[in-house]
Design a protein around this ligand. Structure first.
Ligand code: FES
Ligand code: FES
Length: 162
């Protein structure tokens, strides 16, 4: 890490790419992703840890990127919604129309992806609890539930085909 006038140049590993970026100590990961790395999938909603629109994976754990300082993430593995192309959860959302205005969608996609990594084939009470950290202002929760169920079907089919 190179220090200059309070600005740190750090290396982030985002969607399997190494990215070097100059950040200020108070820059959140959300702002750095959007404003310095051009990854605008994570959305600023409340920027207070309440809505989950900014969710990304940090070392495989869903976090609210508005609540994480970018300097804390140097060297850690970051996955944003842009890194979830061609995944079962993306297909599930598309096929089931799991969105209305779409503002919350990237956060739900990332969080649901992590849910399916942990529980790929079995639905349970954990689904609701897991997704409670994200809010949909359009109240499109039915579509989101269907999208997760569809993604599980896709995963099961893939497993069955070997
Ligand atoms: S913008 Fe991060 S939780 Fe709402
Ligand atoms: S689809 Fe509009 S906020 Fe969720």
């Amino acid at each position: 890490m190179k220090k200059q006038l309070g600005i740190e140049t750090i290396e982030l590993q985002v969607n399997e790419e190494k990215r070097r970026v100059a950040v200020r100590p108070a820059d959140t990961l959300l702002r750095v992703l959007r404003e310095k790395l051009g990854l605008t999938g994570a959305k600023p909603g409340c920027e207070n840890g309440d809505c989950g629109a900014c969710t990304v994976l940090l070392d495989d754990v869903p976090v609210k990127s508005c609540m994480v300082l970018a300097v804390e993430t140097a060297g850690k593995k970051i996955v944003t919604v842009e890194g979830l192309k061609n995944t079962a959860i993306q297909q599930g959302f598309l096929e089931e129309g799991g969105f209305q205005c779409g503002y919350c969608t990237s956060g739900f996609l990332v969080n649901a992806y992590a849910l399916l990594e942990k529980h790929p084939t079995e639905q349970g009470d954990w689904d609701r609890e897991w997704l409670e950290s994200n809010l949909c202002r359009c109240t499109g929760y039915e579509g989101i539930s269907r999208a997760v169920a569809k993604a599980r079907t896709i995963i099961k089919d893939k497993i069955a085909r070997g």
